[in-house]
Design a protein around this ligand. Structure first.
Ligand code: GLU
Length: 319
């Protein structure tokens, strides 16, 4: 298949051309990062470097297309919400999971308490803090951190994922807003576990160290319907992947999810550590890392790079 754009016609299956597009996306990402700001509401995050940027795209060939800072480890932050949801679906099931958390976007910031107090007793969806904390309260009754870490490693096809202890301690020391969410859920009688145990697990999952390659791996596992394409192992049932990707598409980029859906059109999840994971069904996982964030707390460079790739390679799911 050939697509037409400003410079030429090219074969979207030609790996040389794809590499060229990803290289251009990398440069766009570097430029856009100059207009972002590193998150500073958790002291350890403020140590991020605004000019770091990397992108990795991985298909089932196992040969990554990678530019920039793709090996550098950073904290996964909200991208862990995808892993938490996957664990809940796998170990507790669809019905139990969605008996305690909704499926609707909020249009609010990721750590908002507003609608939780005024509109609904249950958190709106698993991709915002309230929803992820609710999921952790369920998981805290059946799994400990080491078991969840093992699942995260399988889900991201990365055995080197570890806890970033300074980030975890920093999260835990300054996480009053998340404490407020957990205790509000408890006060409403909907939290499913002990609030402090729940929060400890939540903070630890936010503090996993990943890199852009890890995120590309995660995106590829999602693209392959939950099967590790290299080992053949089924990590999670394909029907659950559909649910996860739907929620990533509608709720994955905080209160920029709608615009991102229009401009990029790929199931994706961002984190304030600067990562974005994206998935292209049956083809690729894409991981970007750029700690300079835009005003919606999404990686400025990551968004610019993904727009370019999606546009030129026609990857929008509705293309
Ligand atoms: N640990 C962060 C928090 O709970 C995660 C934020 C994010 O990446 O959206 O506030």
């Amino acid at each position: 298949m050939y697509i037409t754009y400003e410079r030429a016609e090219f074969d979207v299956n030609d790996i040389g051309e794809i590499r060229r597009v990803v290289g251009e996306a990398y440069h766009n990402g570097v430029e856009a990062s100059k207009h972002g700001r590193v998150a500073d509401y958790i002291p350890e995050l403020a140590k991020g470097k605004a000019d770091d940027f990397g992108i990795c795209m991985l298909g089932t060939s196992g040969e990554p297309i990678a530019f920039g800072d793709v090996e550098k480890r950073f904290s996964i932050q909200s991208i862990s919400k995808v892993i938490n949801l996957a664990a809940s679906l796998k170990f507790l099931g669809f019905r139990e999971t969605f008996s305690h958390v909704g499926m609707e976007p909020t249009g609010d910031t990721f750590n908002s308490i507003l609608k939780l107090d005024t509109v609904s007793d249950l958190p709106f969806n698993p991709m915002i803090n309230a929803g992820a904390i609710q999921i952790m309260s369920m998981l805290s009754n059946i799994m400990d951190f080491d078991e969840l870490l093992g699942f995260a490693r399988a889900f991201c096809m990365d055995d080197k994922i570890e806890l970033n202890t300074p980030v975890y301690l920093s999260e835990s020391e300054t996480g009053d807003r998340n404490r407020a969410i957990a205790y509000l859920l408890k006060s409403k009688g909907v939290l499913q576990g002990d609030p402090d145990k729940t929060l400890d697990l939540y903070f630890k999952m936010c503090s996993l160290n990943v890199n852009a390659k890890t995120l590309a791996n995660m995106g590829l596992l999602l693209a392959c319907r939950g099967q590790n394409p290299f080992s053949g192992k089924h990590v999670i049932y394909p029907g659950y992947i559909r649910t996860i990707k739907s929620l990533m598409f509608t709720c994955g980029l905080y209160d920029e999810s709608g615009e991102f859906g229009v401009m990029v059109g790929l199931p994706s999840k961002s984190g304030v550590g600067g990562g974005i994971v994206s998935t292209v069904s049956d083809r690729w996982g894409i991981g970007t890392f750029g700690p300079a964030l835009n005003e919606k707390s999404n990686s400025a460079g990551g968004i610019a790079a993904l727009k370019h790739i999606s546009h030129l390679l026609k990857l929008n799911v509705f293309s």
